[in-house]
Design a protein around this ligand. Structure first.
Ligand SMILES: [Zn+2]
Length: 276
């Protein structure tokens, strides 16, 4: 793999003292990473390549083949704030037929989970599944956890999500699975945190619990076909979901806490990648 480095503003330019460093881009055949720190961009490119390999090995999905995923890492939360779509967005993904963008407040290790989460959105977009919001967010959180279990990446914050699920009231399942991408619940940090925690728990349950895991590929095929898994499947899911919520109640010894073990080597068998 060859990396090419060049400055956007001025090749080989040196910023005068007190002025911001020029933006640079570090790229390979899959990604182009923009940053004001070449070292940070190079490091992020290495992490993205590890995510790409992980995704291809464990899901069969690959990065968009027609173009590089463009990643923009700002220098700080303040500089990122002017571009974030929501006040509570710690990073975001935007995709079209011709381009995939990921924007983050920074490219350091502390943003590793956010980078993996947003890259998962690029993978889903590339897969052609066009999933509902709950699965889009739940898959991204599960993927970030799996990435954290790999050498060289940080851990997703599973414990924090479990704490939220124990402490706060849950949004009803019907509300979670019908959530629109532009729901006002994403504008508030407390409700957004619960959405991420619940969609993560639901996705985890569907592909790891013995009663669901064997049929997870079928669920994805249904999602890809524009269905939601059928009425019977919905009833089973709702029943199991209620039991999970009960087990997660304060004082309970069971429930998702048992899911703290690392992700298995292979997440699941997904249907073949479809056209965009
Ligand atoms: Zn997301």
């Amino acid at each position: 793999m060859t990396f090419r480095f060049f400055a956007i503003a001025c090749l080989c330019a040196t910023a005068p003292a007190g002025e911001p460093s020029p933006w640079v881009v570090v790229q390979d055949s899959h990604f182009e990473v923009y940053s004001q720190s070449e070292a940070a961009a190079r490091d992020a490119l290495g992490r993205l390549e590890r995510l790409r390999v992980l995704a291809e090995r464990q899901t069969g999905w690959s990065a968009p083949a027609a173009h590089r995923v463009r990643v923009i890492g700002f220098r700080s939360e303040d500089e990122y704030a002017a571009y974030r779509p929501r006040a509570v967005s710690d990073g975001y993904y935007a995709g079209s037929q011709s381009r995939d963008y990921i924007a983050l407040p920074g490219l350091g290790a502390e943003h590793g989970s956010a980078l993996a989460h947003e890259y998962a959105h690029a993978l889903l977009h590339s897969s052609g599944l066009n999933p509902p919001t709950w699965f889009n967010e739940g898959f991204a959180e599960v993927f970030a956890d799996a990435a954290g279990a790999s050498p060289g990446a940080d851990r997703g914050d599973v414990a924090a999500r479990l704490q939220l699920l124990r402490r706060r009231p849950w949004l009803p399942l019907a509300e979670i699975v019908s959530l629109p991408a532009d729901s006002p619940l994403f504008e508030n940090r407390e409700s957004a945190e619960m959405i991420y925690a619940e969609t993560w728990a639901l996705t985890e349950m569907l592909f790891r619990a013995p009663g669901y895991a064997p049929r997870f590929g079928g669920l994805l095929a249904s999602i890809g076909a524009g269905a939601e898994g059928g009425r019977r499947s919905k009833r089973r899911t709702a029943s199991r979901w209620r039991r999970s919520r009960a087990m997660c109640a304060p004082g309970s010894a069971g429930g998702p806490a048992r899911q703290l073990r690392p992700m298995p080597c292979r997440l699941w068998s997904l249907p073949p990648r479809r056209g965009r």
